[in-house]
Design a protein around this ligand. Structure first.
Ligand SMILES: Cc1cc2nc3c(=O)[nH]c(=O)nc-3n(C[C@H](O)[C@H](O)[C@H](O)COP(=O)(O)OP(=O)(O)OC[C@H]3O[C@@H](n4cnc5c(N)ncnc54)[C@H](O)[C@@H]3O)c2cc1C
Length: 370
């Protein structure tokens, strides 16, 4: 079977790995020159660990990651609203972990054997050709494929080609991310909430911490250059334990700024072309499930391709298995984002009374086997 994977992020690389484990070699193109994406971190809940285990990579990733034993929500003054022991929810799946994003990308890339990898290459066109697809690449070459897998992220060109009416929508939050020295000794996954803002820090090993801040920002403010990290607003809103990470952030720190967008669509398949990962279902990061969902997509699609009697049957099986789980994550992300917009006293009361229960309720369905 001739398979083309477009995009070498977590979804595309995991897809190539999952296919190799099924004895199938694909071609993968990635428009970046290199796989590494430095400067930010990733939190991986237990179902991502289970997916890494199925990809044969859990031990090597765990060796690069910090285990995360608790998820704490604090108010803007640092007072605890809720603390969840991750083991209470995820023990049947695997450890919750955090690591530099680049480390996961590199490990996935290095796990590949027979996949034909081409960096610095994108597609310029994909056209149906009877039962196959003809892809034209940015280097002028063409290829004919039995299956094209669009793993090219939230602004997917493959999705644009298949479903031009579907566009990412802005969730109303702009976020800033950076990695810095852990000068405060952050305890597990720790988020502080203020009105219209959040500040999150997660230790990622080597005395470093991944910091994420977001703020409600109107869409009109996204035109032109995106605003730099709003130091003053964050320091006015937040106290210890996390404010010093913003206050003492060195000038040379690379800060990534991006609008948070989601992609909600009903169909992921057209003919012999299919979408996986953020291309199909980008969500706000409130559940930190993007990597887990991308890797699960890859495992389910590879297994379906290995067992089904035709590609169309495999793609139907992939959608049948994945859609309810992904829909659940997207609904939970929306619910969490809404909760954060409650007035401060309402948010505090809800989280104090039911924080643990809400955590269990939103994640327990994801502990069920694929
Ligand atoms: C602010 C923020 C924080 C997040 N935090 C977490 C977290 O802590 N934990 C978690 O699990 N998830 C998190 N996520 C979600 C997670 O980052 C994504 O779900 C995940 O990266 C999706 O992987 P992907 O491979 O589908 O897409 P991407 O990572 O976007 O990869 C797509 C790849 O395709 C390439 N590409 C694009 N177009 C083309 C083309 N035309 N031709 C060839 N290549 C192309 C791109 O260069 C890229 O390498 C976060 C997301 C955001 C926005």
């Amino acid at each position: 079977m001739r398979i083309l994977i477009v995009g070498g992020g977590i979804a595309g690389l995991a897809m190539a790995r999952a296919l190799e484990l099924q004895g199938v070699s694909a071609e993968l193109i990635e428009h970046r020159a290199d796989v590494a994406q430095g400067g930010t971190g990733l939190y991986l809940p237990g179902n991502a660990a289970r997916a890494l285990q199925a990809l044969g990579l859990l031990d090597s990733i765990a060796a690069l990651a910090m285990p995360i034993a608790t998820q704490r929500i604090l108010d803007s003054r640092g007072r605890p609203l809720s603390v969840t022991r991750t083991e209470d929810v995820w023990s049947s799946c695997g450890p919750c972990m955090a690591l530099p994003r680049a480390a996961l990308h590199r490990a996935l890339r290095d796990s590949l054997g027979n996949t034909g990898l081409r960096f610095g290459t994108s597609i310029t066109a994909i056209e149906p050709l009877g039962a196959t697809s003809l892809a034209t690449f940015s280097d002028g070459t063409v290829g004919e494929y039995d299956l094209v897998i669009g793993a090219d992220g939230v602004n997917s060109q493959v999705r644009q080609n298949l479903f031009p009416a579907v566009r990412p929508s802005y969730t109303g939050n702009l976020c800033w991310r950076f990695i810095t020295k852990d000068i405060v000794g952050v305890e597990g996954w720790t988020v502080m909430l203020a009105d219209g803002m959040s500040l999150l820090a997660i230790p990622i090993g080597n005395d470093e911490v991944y910091v994420y801040a977001d703020m409600a920002v109107g869409e009109s403010q996204l035109l032109g250059k995106l605003p730099d990290l709003p130091h003053e607003a964050l320091l006015a809103a937040f106290a210890a334990p996390l404010a010093p990470l913003v206050a003492q952030q060195p000038d040379h720190t690379q800060v990534h700024v991006s609008p948070i967008e989601q992609v909600v669509m009903q169909e992921w398949v057209k003919g012999n072309r299919v979408l996986i990962g953020d291309a199909a279902h980008a969500s706000s990061p409130s559940m930190a499930e993007g990597a887990g969902m991308a890797m699960e997509d890859a495992l389910v699609l590879a297994a379906a391709l290995a067992s089904a009697s035709s590609i169309s049957e495999a793609l139907a099986e992939y959608t049948r298995q994945r859609k309810p789980r992904v829909d659940w994550v997207q609904r939970q992300c929306v619910a969490r984002d809404k909760m954060r917009r409650l007035p401060g006293w309402g948010r505090a009361m809800l989280l104090k009374l039911a924080g643990n229960r809400l955590y269990k309720r939103s994640y327990t369905p994801l502990t069920r086997p694929l």
